[in-house]
Design a protein around this ligand. Structure first.
Ligand SMILES: Nc1nc2c(c(=O)[nH]1)N[C@H]1C(S)=C(S)[C@@H](COP(=O)(O)OP(=O)(O)OC[C@H]3O[C@@H](n4cnc5c(=O)[nH]c(N)nc54)[C@H](O)[C@@H]3O)O[C@H]1N2
Ligand SMILES: Nc1nc2c(c(=O)[nH]1)N[C@H]1C(S)=C(S)[C@@H](COP(=O)(O)OP(=O)(O)OC[C@H]3O[C@@H](n4cnc5c(=O)[nH]c(N)nc54)[C@H](O)[C@@H]3O)O[C@H]1N2
Ligand code: SF4
Ligand SMILES: [Mo]
Length: 726
């Protein structure tokens, strides 16, 4: 037996842990953490150990391109060659262009932090369409937009290890981020103070010195009250504010509008706790802030993030040891986001200006926006209605939008109505079920790539562990092939993909770094971090100073200072008295992934709804009972299993996301009945700046499932043995 270990990086999630892939006779047998990796230092989770390995050898994995045979959604596909697939897809795309124009193609990808973000955006732009959909309106969009408009693009990263005070807002690292979980536990053991802001009593909250149990969606009121306490008690870092920030006085005035007592009323957090947290954060020698996904996808998300980020500036906790770092790239390295935003790879402004959503959300979808992406629900509406113009074809890669976009019924209606739907995936998801063509994708173990891990900092490397199975191809290979097929047909408006192979693309990323990809076989390249460079470079804003009063916001017609706005659920409604929190992570699941993996299905068998024990008792709901959930603005009822506990308040219930069951029949595989996105809408309540839907916290009602419903539904088939689950 020949044994081999390949050092690489896990990218099942954005944490990006260094990995060691063990092969025996060219077969992957084990994946574990790499103790030498500068970012993760050996940390590794169940998803990283099991996910890629199971998917690589999954018996039901598509290994050749598939073409739909029956009706859309009938599940009938036939295998075809790549040549046929590419020719037919390119012909059809050219036809769509001739009939409806270049903007009639939209593309959806998970986010911008993978090479598929580059592959997708440049393919679309070459075709002539600005309608590039990313899911970051729901994921980091509010936090990133806030950071960009003020210049506080600072993250805790590895500083957690040396911080004296760590404040964690809307993040549950024991469920979502193994590296932060490890770092915070270690820092705490070394004496750091911990403040946790979360409506749920998470494992982290149980460790906290101060746990601020906010009512969901009220965080901005809390942060503004903390700012007020810091100003009132004169705990500000005056030297830092005077030297590097604009808008300090305007912010000071703004926070005077509300008292700490009023904030306590709004948030449900006692005044003493708000003040104690503010004092702790401002007076410890070095404090850092971790902002999580809990404050994204909220209608006041950008101002919420701005309010917390302002705490860093007023206390001077920026770019010094134990504070938040300004992310600095390896000199010369071209990361994915940089390439997507590089003027060299953009379309003319006039064409970019046609992006769907750009007029309503200029800082999200406009040419100057952070996202440079279209507004997803507006694209879904354009497909359904033809307004502002027709969108008739879609290419979807690395995202399962039926299962992860709110308003599932609209997504399905839109996808079914398209003239052409192409989905690249490594398994047949409910989204792929609706495709005309499914293009078989490599798993990470069959690809190579390099990205920057700013928090460490280092470059993290994917080294190919095995040759691709069957005829699967990587996202970049597929994009290059489609680009070529379109080019020879005169189907490109611009020529923006200069690379002929994925390796050429990687060489382009590394070209000005002096590094060679083949020399990165240890799986990473660490580079040094220098604190305080802003003293010479300034911050990335028009004034080169941190803009607590944001000129970007002002110029786009928004209030330039952060403020509090009550969440939509807070409007009194006797029929919808509870708050449904969605998207709570579970260690063995990743969004909609792994439902076809036996190891993951053992971890959680069906969607769960956390219910306060007292509330459950009053409704005669017992542990594991099936319950239904409906939201005020949602289209349908969905079903979950009750899990009783005191980790959520009496009026709050909490669930995960992404559910579908490969073993259930129908193109949706039960998603319409069991996935929370079928019960919540994609708008019309949006953050006015980032266009993020209020999908984290929704007004809801719940009830116990009746015997009749139990007998008629798909409940009994869940978890049955199926060839689809390996
Ligand atoms: N196992 C696993 N890990 C994952 C993922 C996964 O699917 N599975 N997904 C990855 C991705 S893409 C992301 S974006 C991250 C997300 O991971 P995190 O950033 O940790 O975010 P969540 O787990 O969504 O929510 C974190 C906490 O926010 C709280 N929360 C909800 N609403 C509010 C609110 O209004 N205010 C406050 N302060 N807190 C609130 C929730 O109770 C929860 O404990 O996880 C990544 N890691
Ligand atoms: N209600 C509610 N909705 C949410 C959230 C929430 O908290 N609440 N969270 C949101 C967040 S933070 C996120 S990030 C999104 C996640 O939304 P998605 O990105 O749709 O989530 P995944 O289930 O991870 O889907 C990724 C798909 O891509 C495939 N895939 C994985 N790697 C690759 C690859 O390299 N190439 C290609 N082509 N395919 C690949 C996977 O097999 C899977 O089918 O969901 C969002 N939706
Ligand atoms: S946290 Fe787990 S899934 Fe995410 S990169 Fe690390 S090992 Fe992979
Ligand atoms: Mo995310």
């Amino acid at each position: 037996m020949v044994k081999k270990v390949v050092a690489s990086t896990c990218r099942e999630c954005f944490v990006g842990c260094g990995s060691l892939i063990t092969l025996e006779d060219d077969k992957v047998v084990r994946i574990s953490g790499n103790p030498d990796h500068p970012h993760s230092r050996g940390a590794f989770c169940a998803k990283g150990m099991n996910g890629p390995l199971t998917q690589l050898y999954h018996p039901k994995r598509p290994l050749r391109p598939l073409r739909r045979k029956g009706m859309r959604g009938s599940g009938e596909f036939e295998e075809i060659s790549w040549e046929t697939a590419l020719q037919e897809i390119a012909d059809k795309l050219v036809r769509v262009k001739l009939e409806h124009g270049s903007t009639a193609l939209a593309g959806a990808v998970s986010n911008q932090y993978y090479d598929r973000g580059v592959a997708m955006s440049l393919l679309l732009r070459s075709f002539g369409s600005p309608n590039y959909m990313i899911n970051q309106d729901m994921c980091t969009g509010c936090r990133s937009t806030a950071a960009v408009v003020t210049g506080i693009t600072a993250e805790a990263g590895s500083e957690i290890r040396t911080a004296k005070c760590i404040m964690v807002v809307g993040r549950s690292p024991s469920e979502s981020n193994i590296v932060e979980w490890m770092d915070i536990k270690k820092a705490k053991a070394d004496g750091a103070k911990l403040i946790v802001v979360d409506p749920r009593r998470t494992q982290l909250a149980q460790m906290a010195d101060i746990w601020l149990q906010v009512k969901p969606g009220t965080d901005a009121a809390l942060a503004l009250a903390m700012l007020r306490t810091i100003f009132d008690r004169d705990l500000i870092d005056k030297r830092f504010l005077d030297a590097y920030c604009n808008g300090t006085e305007q912010l000071r005035e703004r926070v005077q509008r509300t008292s700490v007592e009023e904030a306590a009323e709004t948030t449900g957090v006692p005044t003493e706790s708000i003040e104690a947290a503010a004092e702790m954060f401002a007076t410890e020698e070095a404090s850092c802030l971790v902002l999580g996904h809990g404050i994204d996808a909220q209608a006041n998300g950008v101002y919420t993030a701005m309010s917390f980020q302002a705490l860093l500036a007023v206390t001077g906790n920026i770019d010094r040891q134990g504070s938040n770092r300004i992310y600095k790239a390896k000199s010369g390295f071209r990361d994915y986001v940089k390439i997507v935003k590089d003027p060299k790879f953009r379309m003319p402004a006039e064409r970019e200006g046609q992006i769907i959503g750009g007029d309503t959300f200029p800082l999200w979808s406009g040419p100057l926006s952070w996202g440079a992406a279209s507004h997803n629900p507006s694209v879904i509406d354009a497909i359904r209605t033809g307004h502002p113009y027709p969108v008739r074809a879609m290419y979807i890669s690395g995202v399962n939008i039926v299962c992860t976009y709110p308003g599932m019924q609209n997504t399905i209606e839109a996808l079914k109505s398209l003239d052409l739907l192409v989905v690249a995936s490594d398994h047949i998801t409910p989204t792929a079920e609706l495709a005309d063509y499914v293009l078989p994708k490599t798993t990470l173990l069959e690809e190579e790539g390099v990205f920057v891990e700013y928090g460490a900092p280092c470059l993290s490397v994917f080294n190919r562990a095995v040759n691709p199975r069957g005829e699967v191809r990587s996202d970049m290979e597929i994009a290059i092939a489609l680009y070529e097929a379109l080019r020879v047909r005169g189907g490109l408006d611009y020529e923006l993909i200069p690379w002929k192979t994925p390796r050429e693309f990687i060489d382009f990323q590394l070209q000005d770094t002096g590094l060679e990809f083949d020399a990165l076989n240890v799986g990473y390249h660490a580079y040094s971090y220098e604190y305080g460079t802003y003293r010479t470079t300034g911050f990335n804003t028009p004034s080169k100073r941190i803009e607590l009063w944001s000129r970007h916001l002002d110029e786009a017609g928004y209030d330039p200072l952060p403020d509090y706005k009550a969440p939509d659920y807070a409007a009194a409604d006797k029929d919808f008295q509870f708050v449904l929190m969605t998207g709570i992570r579970t260690m063995s699941l990743h969004h909609s992934r792994f439902r076809n993996h036996a190891w993951a299905r053992r971890g959680q068998k069906a969607p769960e709804l956390r219910i306060n024990t007292e509330l459950a008792k009053s409704m005669e709901i017992a542990n594991n009972d099936w319950v239904w959930v409906e939201t005020r603005n949602g289209a349908a009822r969905v079903y979950m299993q009750a899990k009783l506990g005191d980790d959520v308040a009496y009026n709050v219930v909490a669930t995960g996301m992404g559910w579908w069951f490969p073993e259930l029949r129908g193109y949706d595989h039960g998603a319409l009945n069991f996935n929370v996105e079928a019960a919540i809408p994609y708008g019309p309540v949006f953050d006015p700046i980032s266009g993020s839907p209020e999908s984290r916290n929704c007004a809801c009602r719940i009830g116990k499932v009746s015997e009749a419903e139990l007998a008629s539904g798909q409940f009994a088939e869940i978890g049955q043995k199926s060839e689809e689950i390996a």
